[in-house]
Design a protein around this ligand. Structure first.
Ligand code: PRX
Length: 650
């Protein structure tokens, strides 16, 4: 890499001195090592980092690409890596600091974590008959038991599938059925803004009718009254009482599945992204060490929900694998006021703080001066994830939260990548606002021209691809091999060979830094969460008055992108606002509040090609208020464009 020319923010020199990667020469040496001897690089780190029960025999088997095997022959258990191996040296160290919505706190040491996880694992085995390979759905709030539940599954080789607590009963049911899960772990509910909210009622609704679920475990958090279905629902507090604190870890193969996590694509139903054991935990740990540079006495806080990949890798698995102290927060960042996170940073002496641009924008807007009220001097590294961060939010985060002394690691990755792919390293990489910078060492990420498959030049844009398999890559779409290949390995070829395409566009700047420019497909990024247009459209189509619908993303001040729906009604309705409400309530029922539409326009028709394809690009331009530059002469009815434009933009 040539020297970075533009005005940039250099890493804090004091911090760099003790960082794991101290400067760009060290960064480059690591990346060169990977480029020159790819398998040797990964073999070295897998041997160094993982406590193997039996060593692996092959580093990478690509013979059935894109179905690859990493560290074949190796035997391990992720909970041994995350818990047991720390017990001798870190038994009394705090593993998890929990802070509840109402300010209640709990600290859980590694030895307590071990006991809790083992008891939970014994419960799943003995009372619920859960065995290796069984799927367990977890629908939980942010309380320590969610980490116990995940790790208990991993302990006995069961595959967990966490469904974000904001998803509706219908969405939960779909995921339960797709994974053929026989157990659901949930809670009565939890607290948000000092009020109880319920989850068990959603589980009850999801389990109406035919489902594979035989047993439901309920953790009592808010102690609100709930319905207990006899023979199906069981109290965690009751069952856990007499369980042994010892539970042998199931011996897992490197490529045994660890978890499923459903995520949206551009077409059809959400996909069950599968991650396997060894490669996932290795990269979770390595990126914790490199990207957050967490040290032995640090206290690290990631504000994500465990229902998303960020919560999996960077609240639970990554921090625990490296023996760190990880903070888990039940509440919302703006309650009781927009100083809450900064109060928590002060109280827990947080050293690394990791959140989404949406949260930064909200905290900036609602509490610009709040950071000044607290002692934030413990902070060393700030992180962002999930969506591009805009310069004003970046500047405020850097100056007011980080006191212009903390690197901001703008981490680019996806559910499918398991861990960070492109990110600054805080002691090494000079950073630029809104720029994910460079591949993390070991990741061969390149921006390719989608037509020629060649790497694009400086200043040029293309498709963000990963051209070699990496250990924590998605191993499959649950139950659908064809969709796995089609979704990720069929758009771009390099030297005639299919490569992994992220679905994002990206651009190299004049220094070779990578800026992610956004999705190239029909995926909308709402508050850093992926929503498929097809999913939202399928929900809207359930409204009896709807004849046709197309949804697109529209820039949103806080959420990054909001959802904009163009709807053609079967016949006009008397009260359009009531119809809008009814459409949003269907979305809430089918998917959840995260997919509610910000704008609903009742259009006279949709711009379609003569073959019937909806031209979403035109609809996106209209939603943004942009001039239409596309050729519309080939549309079935070109006049529709002006009509919709007049309705939306006047
Ligand atoms: O479009 C990219 C965006 O989020 C997508 C991945 O979403 P998901 O699988 O839900 O995972 C989110 C947490 C990793 C990507 O395809 N994205 C993620 N990180 C960034 C980003 N866009 C810009 N900058 C980022 N740092």
């Amino acid at each position: 890499m040539s020297e970075v020319k533009k005005p940039v923010f250099q890493p804090n020199a004091e911090f760099s001195k003790t960082a794991r990667v101290k400067n760009m020469s060290e960064y480059q040496a690591l990346q060169d090592e990977a480029i020159n001897d790819y398998e040797g690089f990964w073999k070295r780190f897998a041997e160094e980092k993982i406590n193997w029960i039996e060593p692996f025999t092959t580093t990478l088997d690509e013979s059935k690409f894109p179905f690859v095997k990493w560290f074949d022959g190796g035997k391990l258990n992720v909970t041994t890596q995350c818990i047991d191996r720390h017990l001798d040296t870190r038994g009394d160290k705090t593993a998890i600091i929990f802070e509840g919505d109402r300010g209640d706190t709990q600290t859980i040491t590694y030895s307590e974590l071990s006991k809790n996880v083992n008891k939970f694992a014994n419960l799943l085995k003995e009372d619920f008959g859960v065995k290796k390979g069984d799927r367990v759905v977890i629908y939980m709030p942010m309380i320590p038991e969610v980490a116990y539940a995940m790790l208990a599954c991993a302990r006995i080789g069961a595959i967990h599938s966490i469904v974000f607590g904001g998803f509706s009963a219908e969405a939960l049911k779909d995921r339960i059925i797709d994974a053929d899960a026989k157990v659901v772990i949930t809670a009565d509910g939890a607290f948000r803004k000092n009020k109880p909210y319920m989850l068990k009622t959603v589980v009850d609704a999801a389990l109406e009718g035919d489902t594979p679920v035989k047993k439901v475990l309920v953790i009592e958090r808010n102690k609100e009254e709930i319905t207990w279905v006899k023979g199906r629902d069981f109290s965690y507090a009751e069952l856990i009482k007499d369980k042994s604190e010892k539970c042998e870890a199931e011996i897992m193969d490197s490529e045994d599945p660890l978890f499923l996590l459903y995520t949206s694509g551009s077409t059809g139903k959400p996909k069950g992204v599968q991650h396997n054991t060894a490669g996932y935990i290795l990269w979770a740990q390595m990126t914790m060490e490199w990207v957050f540079d967490v040290k032995e006495n640090d206290t690290y806080w990631c504000t994500a929900d465990v229902g998303w990949i960020t919560g999996h890798t960077y609240i639970v698995y990554g921090p625990l694998a490296m023996g760190a102290t990880t903070v888990m927060f039940e509440g919302v960042p703006t309650y009781p006021d927009a100083g809450r996170p900064w109060k928590m940073v002060q109280e827990h002496k947080i050293t690394q703080f990791y959140t989404a641009p949406t949260a930064i924008r909200v905290l900036h807007k609602m509490g610009e001066d709040e950071p000044k009220k607290y002692d934030l001097s413990s902070l060393k590294v700030l992180g962002t994830v999930g969506e591009p961060i805009d310069p004003p939010a970046w500047k405020w985060y850097y100056e007011e939260v980080g006191n212009s002394k903390c690197s901001i690691v703008d981490t680019y990755w996806q559910t499918e990548t398991g861990g960070h792919i492109i990110s600054p390293l805080p002691g090494a990489t000079p950073i630029k606002p809104g720029c994910a910078t460079l591949p993390v060492p070991g990741i061969i990420a390149e921006i390719l021209d989608p037509v020629t498959g060649k790497k694009v030049g400086l200043g040029e844009s293309g498709y963000m691809c990963i051209t070699r398999p990496w250990p924590s890559m998605i191993r499959g779409v649950w139950g659908d091999e064809e969709r796995f290949v089609k979704s990720y390995f069929s758009d771009v070829k390099k030297d005639g060979k299919a490569v992994y395409f992220t679905g994002d566009g990206a651009k190299y700047d004049e220094d070779g830094y990578i800026t992610i420019t956004g999705r190239t497909d029909d995926v909308i990024n709402v508050s850093g969460h992926r929503m498929g247009t097809a999913e939202v459209e399928a929900a809207i189509n359930k409204d009896n008055n709807v004849a046709e619908v197309a949804v697109v993303g529209k820039p949103h001040e806080i959420k990054g992108e909001g959802i904009f729906a163009y709807i053609v009604l079967k016949s006009s309705v008397e009260n359009e606002d009531a119809e809008r409400k009814s459409i949003n309530s269907i979305i809430k029922k089918e998917i959840g509040s995260i997919a509610l539409c910000d704008d609903i326009v009742f259009a006279p028709g949709l711009p379609k090609t003569r073959s019937g394809k909806i031209m979403r690009r035109i609809l996106r331009s209209i939603a943004k208020g942009e001039a239409i530059t596309q050729d519309i002469s080939t549309l079935e009815d070109p006049s529709i464009v002006a009509k919709i434009e007049a309705m939306v933009n006047g």
